[in-house]
Design a binder for this molecule. Sequence first.
Ligand SMILES: *Cc1c(COP(=O)(O)O)cnc(C)c1O
Length: 412
Amino acid sequence: MADGAPVTLFDPYAVRVQFPILSRQVNGKPLVYLDNAASAQKPRAVIDALVATMEGGYANVHRGLHTLSNEATEAFEKAREIVARFLNAETPEQVVWTKGGTEAINLVANGLGLSIQPGDEIIISEMEHHSNIVPWHLLRERRGAVLKWIPVLDDGSLDMAAYADLLGPRTRMVAVTHMSNVLGTINPVAEITRLAHAAGAQVLVDGCQGAVHAAPDVQAIGCDFYVLTGHKLFAPTGIGALYGKAEALEALPPYQGGGEMIGVVEKDRVTYAAPPHRFEAGTPPILEAIGLGVALDWLAQYDRAAVQAHEHALYRRAADRLAEQDWLRILGQAEGKGAILTFAVEGAHAHDVAQIMDRYGVAVRAGTHCAEPLAKRMGVTSSTRASFALYNTVEDADAFVDALIKARNFFV
Ligand SMILES: *Cc1c(COP(=O)(O)O)cnc(C)c1O
């Protein structure tokens, strides 16, 4: 190694063998799974933990008084601690379980909505996922909130100068994605937060992608809320988490009513539990939460920087091999972007491209990727997306390029 640089010993093949599904075939070809930004596959550690819990330690949580319930409660609350550590939250009580990223954002929008006055402003960006657009549209429709949009520049980064101009005395909330699920752009969320706070607004960071590919540190970002979803983090579906600053959660009214979230319930009055339980009405997704804890513990064995470097190398390899193809347009070239390669093929619909690639065993996503305003901004009706994870290999990147070139040949 030159100049004593540390050797990066990240081995994707050793990761890969821990994912049973990755050894299957699709259409007679080895599976090349590049739809990780839609959902990631599950390692043996997570699969085994779910089975072990169901076989040996399952009951409802928080109802106490018997051994199985106590064991399940312990595992469930331990998972909350793991998420808190993963996000660098101050305490586990700042982590609220939700059923995914979408529900976490709705929880915040709904609570905030109760105090929204007509003309109050919500700032979002043109690159948001529909999950971080539609809950705010609901506040526009129902409460008279005004939506303001941070423009996306041609390279796929946010127009920060325009953002600074959008902030004003009526801004209540700035809700932006940590990382775009289409462009791969990683946004300067700490700077966005600093400016919002200076204007007296709260900040919600949608970390559904950022939690996977950028290092999420909620204290360093300084945001009021941070959202993640389990199924993109190698955990089961049906589980997500909302981090909130203690005072932000304290000020937020309940979202749903039911068991677990109350203090006392009488005929003419009700009081609510303190966060996080205030926001967790009903029986929570117990197995899924435990699975998320196991997934994050599993992920923690790998050096984040090494994983990011690996994923980026795969992105670079594919993008470089495609650089000379004049029929291809890659969307998003922002400095420091994550390993998401979204593209439009001249003369071909994205769905057709994806379906042909599937014949070669390559799984990619096509469409507007739950981000219609962004598609419009980038001037495409649809696009195809390959998104890399730590278990992808150079062979996957090459198989992707080969299948794409074959797919393109159907249209010339
Ligand atoms: C996937 C995703 C969401 C929605 O998460 P769900 O798990 O579907 O609720 C929100 N924002 C971004 C950026 C995403 O990638």
